[in-house]
Design a protein around this ligand. Structure first.
Ligand code: 5GP
Length: 186
Protein backbone atom coordinates (compact mmCIF):
# COMPACT_ATOMS: atom_id res chain seq x y z
CA UNK A 1 0.00 0.00 0.00
CA UNK A 2 1.22 3.53 -0.74
CA UNK A 3 2.04 5.41 2.42
CA UNK A 4 1.15 9.01 3.20
CA UNK A 5 3.97 11.35 4.11
CA UNK A 6 4.59 13.29 7.28
CA UNK A 7 3.67 16.98 6.93
CA UNK A 8 5.25 19.10 9.65
CA UNK A 9 3.53 22.41 10.39
CA UNK A 10 5.41 24.85 12.63
CA UNK A 11 4.75 28.45 13.54
CA UNK A 12 4.73 30.69 16.56
CA UNK A 13 2.11 30.38 19.27
CA UNK A 14 -0.84 32.55 18.17
CA UNK A 15 -0.17 32.26 14.45
CA UNK A 16 -3.36 30.24 13.97
CA UNK A 17 -1.97 26.77 13.23
CA UNK A 18 -4.95 25.03 14.82
CA UNK A 19 -7.46 26.89 12.65
CA UNK A 20 -5.48 26.29 9.47
CA UNK A 21 -5.06 22.56 10.25
CA UNK A 22 -8.78 22.29 10.98
CA UNK A 23 -9.71 23.79 7.60
CA UNK A 24 -7.24 21.51 5.81
CA UNK A 25 -8.76 18.41 7.40
CA UNK A 26 -12.30 19.54 6.55
CA UNK A 27 -11.30 19.93 2.93
CA UNK A 28 -9.31 16.73 2.59
CA UNK A 29 -10.59 13.76 4.50
CA UNK A 30 -7.61 11.47 4.03
CA UNK A 31 -5.46 13.83 6.13
CA UNK A 32 -5.01 12.88 9.75
CA UNK A 33 -3.55 14.66 12.75
CA UNK A 34 -0.75 13.23 14.87
CA UNK A 35 -1.86 13.62 18.49
CA UNK A 36 1.17 14.50 20.63
CA UNK A 37 1.87 13.45 24.19
CA UNK A 38 2.59 16.28 26.62
CA UNK A 39 3.24 16.82 30.31
CA UNK A 40 1.49 20.20 30.31
CA UNK A 41 -1.96 20.31 31.90
CA UNK A 42 -5.01 20.49 29.60
CA UNK A 43 -6.44 23.94 28.81
CA UNK A 44 -10.20 24.42 29.08
CA UNK A 45 -11.89 22.58 26.23
CA UNK A 46 -8.92 20.37 25.39
CA UNK A 47 -9.77 16.68 25.13
CA UNK A 48 -7.59 13.69 25.96
CA UNK A 49 -6.65 11.85 22.77
CA UNK A 50 -7.99 14.64 20.54
CA UNK A 51 -5.72 17.62 21.23
CA UNK A 52 -3.06 15.78 23.22
CA UNK A 53 -2.41 12.71 25.32
CA UNK A 54 -1.86 14.26 28.74
CA UNK A 55 0.72 12.21 30.63
CA UNK A 56 2.89 12.57 33.74
CA UNK A 57 6.59 13.44 33.57
CA UNK A 58 7.41 9.89 34.74
CA UNK A 59 5.30 8.34 31.98
CA UNK A 60 6.85 10.64 29.37
CA UNK A 61 10.39 9.78 30.48
CA UNK A 62 9.50 6.11 30.41
CA UNK A 63 8.29 6.51 26.81
CA UNK A 64 11.59 8.26 25.93
CA UNK A 65 13.57 5.37 27.47
CA UNK A 66 11.56 2.87 25.43
CA UNK A 67 12.23 4.77 22.20
CA UNK A 68 8.51 5.35 21.65
CA UNK A 69 8.90 8.88 20.24
CA UNK A 70 9.50 9.80 16.63
CA UNK A 71 10.68 13.14 18.06
CA UNK A 72 10.32 15.01 21.32
CA UNK A 73 11.36 18.29 22.89
CA UNK A 74 11.19 20.05 26.23
CA UNK A 75 10.04 23.67 26.08
CA UNK A 76 7.97 26.05 28.22
CA UNK A 77 8.86 23.77 31.20
CA UNK A 78 7.07 20.78 29.65
CA UNK A 79 7.74 17.81 27.41
CA UNK A 80 6.03 17.42 24.03
CA UNK A 81 6.49 14.43 21.73
CA UNK A 82 5.12 12.51 18.74
CA UNK A 83 4.34 8.86 19.52
CA UNK A 84 5.97 6.88 16.72
CA UNK A 85 3.49 3.98 16.52
CA UNK A 86 0.48 6.28 16.16
CA UNK A 87 2.10 8.34 13.38
CA UNK A 88 3.06 5.19 11.47
CA UNK A 89 -0.41 3.71 11.79
CA UNK A 90 -2.01 6.93 10.51
CA UNK A 91 0.44 7.12 7.59
CA UNK A 92 -1.14 4.00 6.13
CA UNK A 93 -4.29 6.10 5.50
CA UNK A 94 -2.73 9.21 3.96
CA UNK A 95 -0.62 12.25 4.81
CA UNK A 96 -0.21 12.90 8.55
CA UNK A 97 -0.08 16.45 9.94
CA UNK A 98 2.29 17.19 12.81
CA UNK A 99 1.85 20.47 14.73
CA UNK A 100 5.33 20.66 16.26
CA UNK A 101 8.02 23.27 16.92
CA UNK A 102 11.41 23.55 15.16
CA UNK A 103 13.50 21.27 17.43
CA UNK A 104 11.03 18.48 16.73
CA UNK A 105 10.85 19.38 13.03
CA UNK A 106 14.60 18.86 12.73
CA UNK A 107 14.35 15.41 14.31
CA UNK A 108 11.53 14.46 11.91
CA UNK A 109 13.63 15.54 8.94
CA UNK A 110 16.42 13.21 10.10
CA UNK A 111 14.09 10.29 10.85
CA UNK A 112 11.96 10.74 7.70
CA UNK A 113 13.89 12.61 4.98
CA UNK A 114 10.82 12.66 2.69
CA UNK A 115 8.74 14.58 5.27
CA UNK A 116 7.51 18.00 4.09
CA UNK A 117 8.26 20.87 6.48
CA UNK A 118 6.03 23.95 6.34
CA UNK A 119 6.50 27.08 8.45
CA UNK A 120 3.53 29.42 9.01
CA UNK A 121 4.33 33.13 9.48
CA UNK A 122 2.00 35.80 10.84
CA UNK A 123 1.33 38.79 8.55
CA UNK A 124 3.43 40.90 11.00
CA UNK A 125 4.80 40.82 14.55
CA UNK A 126 2.18 43.39 15.57
CA UNK A 127 -0.57 41.09 14.31
CA UNK A 128 0.94 38.11 16.18
CA UNK A 129 1.00 40.04 19.46
CA UNK A 130 -2.58 41.19 18.83
CA UNK A 131 -3.71 37.59 18.25
CA UNK A 132 -1.93 36.37 21.40
CA UNK A 133 -3.65 39.07 23.45
CA UNK A 134 -7.06 38.51 21.89
CA UNK A 135 -7.19 34.98 23.34
CA UNK A 136 -7.67 36.81 26.62
CA UNK A 137 -6.44 33.86 28.71
CA UNK A 138 -2.70 34.52 28.66
CA UNK A 139 -0.96 36.51 31.43
CA UNK A 140 1.29 39.42 30.37
CA UNK A 141 4.59 37.70 31.29
CA UNK A 142 3.50 34.69 29.22
CA UNK A 143 2.82 36.96 26.25
CA UNK A 144 6.34 38.41 26.49
CA UNK A 145 7.85 34.90 26.78
CA UNK A 146 5.88 33.73 23.75
CA UNK A 147 6.94 36.76 21.70
CA UNK A 148 10.61 36.04 22.54
CA UNK A 149 10.16 32.40 21.60
CA UNK A 150 8.31 33.47 18.42
CA UNK A 151 11.34 35.47 17.27
CA UNK A 152 13.61 32.41 17.71
CA UNK A 153 11.10 30.12 15.97
CA UNK A 154 10.76 32.48 13.01
CA UNK A 155 14.54 32.55 12.59
CA UNK A 156 14.34 28.80 11.99
CA UNK A 157 12.01 29.14 8.99
CA UNK A 158 14.94 29.31 6.55
CA UNK A 159 15.62 25.58 6.68
CA UNK A 160 11.96 24.60 6.20
CA UNK A 161 10.82 23.41 2.75
CA UNK A 162 8.10 26.08 2.54
CA UNK A 163 7.13 29.30 4.30
CA UNK A 164 3.51 30.44 4.09
CA UNK A 165 1.79 33.50 5.59
CA UNK A 166 -1.42 33.10 7.55
CA UNK A 167 -3.10 36.30 6.43
CA UNK A 168 -6.48 34.61 5.92
CA UNK A 169 -6.76 31.06 7.35
CA UNK A 170 -8.70 29.58 4.42
CA UNK A 171 -6.28 30.99 1.86
CA UNK A 172 -3.32 29.73 3.92
CA UNK A 173 -4.91 26.26 4.25
CA UNK A 174 -5.46 26.14 0.46
CA UNK A 175 -1.83 27.07 -0.16
CA UNK A 176 -0.57 24.23 2.06
CA UNK A 177 -3.05 21.77 0.49
CA UNK A 178 -1.68 22.67 -2.93
CA UNK A 179 1.90 22.10 -1.71
CA UNK A 180 0.87 18.66 -0.44
CA UNK A 181 -0.86 17.81 -3.73
CA UNK A 182 2.12 19.04 -5.78
CA UNK A 183 4.86 17.42 -3.71
CA UNK A 184 3.92 15.12 -0.86
CA UNK A 185 1.30 13.10 -2.78
CA UNK A 186 3.79 12.26 -5.51
P1 5GP B 1 0.82 24.38 23.22
O1 5GP B 1 1.31 24.14 24.62
O2 5GP B 1 0.45 25.83 22.99
O3 5GP B 1 -0.26 23.42 22.81
O4 5GP B 1 2.03 24.07 22.24
C1 5GP B 1 3.24 24.73 22.38
C2 5GP B 1 4.16 24.35 21.25
O5 5GP B 1 4.48 22.96 21.31
C3 5GP B 1 3.63 24.60 19.84
O6 5GP B 1 4.60 25.31 19.10
C4 5GP B 1 3.45 23.21 19.28
O7 5GP B 1 3.68 23.21 17.89
C5 5GP B 1 4.51 22.45 20.00
N1 5GP B 1 4.25 21.00 20.05
C6 5GP B 1 3.05 20.40 20.22
N2 5GP B 1 3.20 19.06 20.19
C7 5GP B 1 4.52 18.82 19.96
C8 5GP B 1 5.29 17.63 19.80
O8 5GP B 1 4.80 16.50 19.84
N3 5GP B 1 6.62 17.79 19.60
C9 5GP B 1 7.22 19.01 19.55
N4 5GP B 1 8.54 19.04 19.31
N5 5GP B 1 6.51 20.15 19.69
C10 5GP B 1 5.19 20.06 19.89
Amino acid sequence: MRKGKLIVISGASGVGKGTVLGIMMQKRHDLSFSVSATTRPPRPGEKEGVHYYFVTKERFEDMIARGEFLEYDAHAANYYGTPRAQAEEKMSRGPVLLDIEPNGARQVREAAPDAMLVFIMPPSMEELEKRLRSRGDTPEEQIQLRMTRAVWEMEQRHWYDHVVVNDIPERCADEILKLIADEADK
